[in-house]
Design a protein around this ligand. Structure first.
Ligand code: HEC
Ligand code: HEC
Ligand code: HEC
Ligand code: HEC
Length: 362
């Protein structure tokens, strides 16, 4: 490599380091729209779900098959052509969903083509597990040692707990969001699904958020729990355990409330469609959390929830510290509870028939 190239690549790596430093606080909670530079830094770390060398599906074929049955996958080609999309784009003064940064960030996964962003897939593995180039080479190696031999899919469950823990911890340190990180997973879902983009809702007429329950929405078409049986002749898409479902339910409600209140703090047009929708959502979700606490007192959540105004209307100012307090409560809850003592909330959980879409089976 020539001197000149070295210099250039050093400058480039310093520039990307700076970008990464800016991005770190945004990776798990990507609530507010990213700038193009931030999108580029993220796209540079995308491996992609399909097609290229080292992509997720080259090892995770079962998960990729399940993902291909989802709305997240399927709307990549079709959504931009619908009359609803065209109407929103026109009001926003934009030409296409793939070229408009705001649409692109929520609806697609982009990679870099040279120095330019290219939307390449729908909402994909790395939208939920985080961009992978830093972590993917340790997440599948025993003990998290990048020089170790790659593991066979489905053998992780047979390894000593310590080796598995080291591997997952190493990947987490490099930015991976794995299945035990329920708070981060939920933050990701709600950062898109509450649609925290006031202008797009008020001016563009975009939906002001999904009617989203984390259990119902993650256990239908989204579910892809194949690891337990991946190494057998008959892999199955395992149902999440009752303990995991309880934790998902509580954290789903808590993060919904946190995100919705945060959205209220960014309102600029009081009484606008976005503001009204977030106020209605906040009251509804506050009641949902309260119903959980009524069924089963949960010490870690009680204090933070008692700080949430009993009724929220368009004149209610939300203290900017409140969402942070709710986050701390959620994390304390997860640390304390493996779900096994929360049987009293089972009656609140959505029934299987209400799951969103159908889980893919092999
Ligand atoms: C903050 C995330 C976010 C952004 C930004 C965003 N969308 Fe969406 N969009 C969503 C979600 C979530 C849904 C699914 C809503 C639901 O639950 O039905 C959706 C659904 C849609 C739909 C389907 C609506 C229907 O009636 O079925 C269209 C069309 C759409 N978006 C267009 C756009 C366009 C155009 C842009 C850019 C101007 C955009 N979106 C930006 C998150 C977003
Ligand atoms: C070279 C093969 C390989 C590639 C490529 C790969 N993985 Fe993995 N992945 C593995 C193996 C092996 C495991 C551990 C399997 C086990 O526990 O039995 C794993 C485990 C995982 C887990 C489970 C972690 C947990 O919570 O226990 C997730 C999530 C994951 N991979 C996501 C991805 C994503 C997303 C991509 C693409 C960006 C990807 N992987 C690419 C081989 C790979
Ligand atoms: C990067 C943004 C983003 C993230 C993260 C995200 N979603 Fe979505 N999701 C969307 C968008 C956008 C749509 C609507 C796509 C369309 O219809 O064009 C959608 C659609 C869905 C649908 C189909 C809804 C229907 O009407 O049938 C389900 C189910 C879903 N998401 C569940 C989840 C879950 C569960 C998570 C978190 C584990 C999650 N999503 C994370 C953006 C996201
Ligand atoms: C909408 C968000 C979302 C997308 C997209 C997504 N995942 Fe996941 N993934 C999750 C969630 C949530 C869990 C934990 C589910 C649970 O415990 O019930 C999970 C769990 C996993 C696991 C562990 C499963 C097990 O058996 O324990 C693997 C491996 C994995 N994902 C890989 C992938 C790969 C590969 C892709 C893309 C082909 C992908 N994921 C796409 C959200 C997502």
């Amino acid at each position: 490599m020539s001197h000149h190239n070295n210099l250039k690549s050093n400058t480039r790596s310093i520039a990307s380091l700076l970008l990464v430093m800016v991005l770190i606080p945004m990776l798990s909670v990507q609530i507010f729209a990213a700038t193009e530079a931030e999108e580029i830094a993220k796209a540079a770390k995308i491996i992609g779900p399909l097609k290229y060398d080292n992509n997720c599906s080259s090892c995770h074929a079962l998960e990729a098959e399940a993902w291909k049955q989802t709305t997240h996958f399927a709307t990549f080609k079709s959504r931009g052509r619908t009359p609803q999309a065209k109407a929103i784009l026109e009001k926003m003064g934009q030409r296409s969903m793939k070229s408009a940064g705001a649409c692109r960030q929520c609806h697609y996964t982009s990679k870099l083509k040279g120095t330019r962003l290219k939307s390449a897939w729908g909402i994909s593995c790395e939208s939920c597990h985080s961009p992978a180039s830093d972590w993917f080479d340790v997440h599948n190696k025993q003990g998290g040692d990048p020089t170790a031999k790659a593991m066979e899919m489905g053998t992780g469950k047979d390894q000593p707990a310590e080796s598995k823990q080291k591997r997952i911890a190493a990947a987490q340190k490099m930015g991976m969001i794995h299945s035990a990180m329920i708070y981060d997973i939920a933050s990701n879902c709600f950062s898109c699904h509450t649609v925290p983009n006031e202008e797009m809702v008020n001016k563009g007429g975009h939906h002001a958020g999904s009617d989203f329950d984390l259990v119902a929405w993650s256990q239908g078409e989204i579910r892809h729990n194949f690891l337990d049986t991946a190494a057998t002749a008959a892999p199955k898409n395992r149902k999440s355990s009752p303990n995991q479902l309880r934790r998902l339910y509580v954290i789903g409600a808590m993060v919904d409330l946190e995100t919705t209140l945060k959205n209220i703090t960014i309102v600029t047009a009081k009484g606008g469609v976005f503001h009204k929708a977030m106020v209605a959502r906040a009251n509804k979700i506050r009641d949902k959390v309260q119903a959980i606490l009524d069924a089963q007192p949960i010490e870690e959540l009680a204090a933070a929830i008692s700080d949430v105004p009993k009724t929220i209307d368009e004149s209610t100012a939300i203290d900017a510290a409140l969402p942070e307090k709710l986050k701390a409560a959620s994390l304390a809850f997860l640390k304390k509870h493996d779900g096994s003592t929360l049987t009293a909330i089972d009656a609140l959980l959505p029934a299987e028939k209400d799951y969103k879409g159908t889980a893919h089976q092999q």
